[in-house]
Write a protein of this length. Structure first.
Length: 295
């Protein structure tokens, strides 16, 4: 039986965005946010999990030294069986109306639409970060609502749970390729996409950013690329995306925190993208960018 290590810190609500960004930068796959706490789960079958926990605590200690009112000592640090772990996730996640149109629904919950035009995105959130409840994902869902009109040839880079791919298909996106860095991540995305019939034609493949995307797919350009990934990966991604987005096409990008936002903006403009809209939630930033028209 798989065993997980549950680690929780007491964190005030106004500090949670900052601390979440630090934990993710330090290697956490996902962070569960409570009213006054943040929790991560480490699979003990993964080599180096104890070292990662020490890294998280050390990172929070540095924040405290920098003046952030935070206790880096975990208030919970315990082992959980896989059954207990799954039940904890199920107790935490419920259907959440993330935008005007999108509601993210856990696979085990029987949820009925409240409005006719409400779009349900069914996820199994114990499998991957990206359930729609984190600010980086909700910003991207808002961006997708603003841009997708139907028929767009689309690439979802670092698809994670597949939540963005499902959202885009709900709004009529055309041929859609979703990528993630390894086969385990691909399997997770495929399982979540299978819960959403609207996304039945989404293709998923392993790729390190855009490196393994078939030229047969990107030939002639794509209308839309979306990426909700870690900030340090966005910088090398931009020059890979720029050549394949059609003039007038869009690049939606999220996962950017305050300290690096200026540099990301400069890289986007330098790659001939026009930043049409800056979106902010707490310390997180997202951008709706359009490729400059030729001539």
């Amino acid at each position: 039986m798989t065993t997980y290590q549950k680690v929780s810190w007491t964190v005030a609500p106004e500090l949670q965005d900052l601390v979440v960004s630090v934990l993710i930068e330090l290697g956490a796959d996902g962070v569960e946010q409570g009213d006054q706490s943040l929790t991560i789960y480490e699979d003990q079958a993964n080599e180096g999990w104890e070292k990662r926990l020490a890294t998280y605590t050390a990172g929070l200690a540095i924040l405290k030294e920098q003046g952030v009112s935070l206790d880096p000592t975990p208030v919970i640090n315990e082992s959980l069986s896989s059954d207990t772990y799954e039940n904890e996730w199920k107790n935490f996640y419920h259907a959440s109306r993330v935008t005007n149109r999108f509601t993210v629904v856990p696979a085990w919950e029987d949820y009925q639409k409240e409005q006719e035009d409400e779009k349900l995105i069914v996820m199994d959130p114990d499998q991957a970060f990206g359930t729609g409840t984190h600010p980086t994902t909700s910003l991207m869902l808002q961006a997708i609502e603003a841009v997708v009109r139907g028929g767009e040839k689309t690439i979802d880079v670092g698809t994670g749970s597949g939540v963005l791919a499902v959202a885009a298909k709900h709004l009529g996106a055309g041929e859609l390729l979703a990528t993630d860095i390894d086969e385990d991540a691909v399997k997770t995305a495929e399982e979540n996409l299978a819960l959403n019939p609207v996304a039945s034609d989404v293709k998923v493949m392993a790729s390190d950013l855009m490196k393994d995307v078939p030229t047969s797919f990107s030939a002639g350009g794509v209308d839309l690329v979306m990426a909700n990934i870690l900030a340090d990966v966005i910088t090398p991604l931009i020059p890979q995306v720029a050549p394949i987005v059609k003039p007038g096409g869009h690049f939606l990008v999220s996962g950017i925190y305050d300290d690096v936002a200026q540099g990301i903006e400069e890289a986007l403009v330098g790659a001939d993208f026009i930043i049409q809209q800056k979106m902010v939630s707490g310390t997180w930033h997202a951008y709706i960018c359009q490729k400059q028209q030729e001539g």
